[in-house]
Design a protein. Structure first.
Length: 376
């Protein structure tokens, strides 16, 4: 038998869903049938670390593609933490300890995804160990540090699912779609023509080549999932109508689900930009991706589905699932409006993690008689 996935699965992350699932099932069966498989996985991981043969991307700072020196390679302390973890120890862990262990796992998986892409089988085997032995996560595509077990998630939540699960969200999305071109795109292009757009580069670290820029419109409190948190417009004069539209969306979300927006921005992927496989730090939020301009059909690649942004259409995605973008030099710039908002089921779950990816912060309980939050 072999512990490696077939070679055709390793080609540019474009493998079909069934092949990926069959490969994962094969590795799971190997793990179940061989008590030494977990040990051999870590033996191979340590050998990779010692070999120092990572794929090297150009060094980068803010505004340039590549990997900053502090993000290159794997932290051996992360690898050691995951290697040393046992099911018994994980069962006794509190919220912060589990978060830190997931954060270490995230670092190892991200290293494999970005710097050891030919060893995808090790990534699958490591996630199988984390899910089925350690009980840290539930889905091999979702390697987030801050993980709320009670929330529904799919990489691309289709419109019929949104309407059946969260009708108020579906209505708010439909209302926002009507305003994409007459308001958001109009103010975007007006500011661009006037030289007042103030378009900033995306921080380096997840895009390896090309150029990625953004313009933030609104901010909330991304690590403070409290009903009292207020959305703040960042450019209310030059994006006045856009700000009003976002306030309407925020108000509708809070009326239905108690929690509203985190941040909103225009996101522009320029030709030749490769965004490496990655996940968001938490599954407690969702995103709207609203197509403004995608002339050459650039795709957002999840493990088992591809989303092509359509002009004038907003789609709900869960970026806690692994995803990537690969723009060729011939593909013209893609522009979307990206709206980040708290998961509609978060408040109803009764609790949340007010934490960063570095596991700083505490838990929040909802619906207490005397106060809104308490440490978990």
């Amino acid at each position: 038998s072999s512990n490696h996935c077939p070679q055709h699965l390793l080609d540019d992350m474009r493998f079909p869903a069934m092949s990926w699932l069959l490969c994962h099932a094969l590795l799971a069966s190997l793990a179940a049938g061989d008590g030494g498989r977990a040990r051999s996985v870590f033996d191979e991981l340590w050998e990779l670390y010692e070999a120092k043969n990572d794929t090297m991307w150009p060094p980068a700072d803010v505004g340039h593609a590549g990997i900053p020196p502090e993000l290159a390679g794997v932290n051996p302390e992360d690898l050691q933490a995951v290697h040393a973890a046992t099911p018994e120890a994980v069962k006794k862990m509190g919220m912060k300890a589990k978060c830190k262990l997931r954060n270490s796992l995230h670092g190892v998986i991200e290293w494999l995804a970005s710097h050891q892409m030919e060893h995808m089988d090790l990534r699958f085997a490591l996630m199988d160990h984390a899910i089925n032995e350690l009980g840290l996560l539930k889905d091999p595509r979702q390697w987030v540090p801050v993980f709320h077990e009670g929330l529904y998630g799919e990489p691309w939540i289709r419109r019929d699912q949104v309407k059946s699960r969260w009708p108020a969200l579906a209505d708010a999305v439909a209302n926002l779609e009507k305003q994409l071109f007459p308001i958001f795109n109009h103010e975007l292009e007006s500011n661009r023509a006037a030289g007042t757009l103030d378009e900033r580069p995306q921080a380096a670290g997840i895009y390896l080549t090309g150029y990625w820029t953004q313009k933030f419109l609104a901010a909330g409190y991304p690590n403070e999932p409290r009903a009292s948190a207020k959305m703040v417009c960042l450019d209310p004069e030059t994006f006045n109508k856009s700000c009003t539209a976002l306030k309407e969306f925020d108000k509708a979300m809070k009326a239905a689900y108690k929690l509203g927006l985190q941040t909103t921005r225009f996101s522009i992927i320029h030709p030749g930009t490769k965004v490496t496989l990655h996940t968001q730090e938490s599954n407690q939020r969702l995103k709207l991706h609203c197509g403004i301009k995608n002339p050459d059909g650039l795709k957002l690649r999840f493990t088992d589905v591809n989303l092509t942004w359509q002009d004038g259409v907003c789609e709900v995605i869960d970026d806690s699932f692994e995803h990537a973008i690969d723009s060729t030099p011939e593909q013209r710039a893609r522009t979307i409006l990206e709206v980040r908002f708290w998961h509609p089921d978060l408040y109803a779950s009764g609790y949340a993690y007010a934490m960063t990816a570095q596991c700083e912060g505490q838990g929040v309980r909802y619906r207490q008689s005397s106060k809104e939050s308490a440490e978990l």
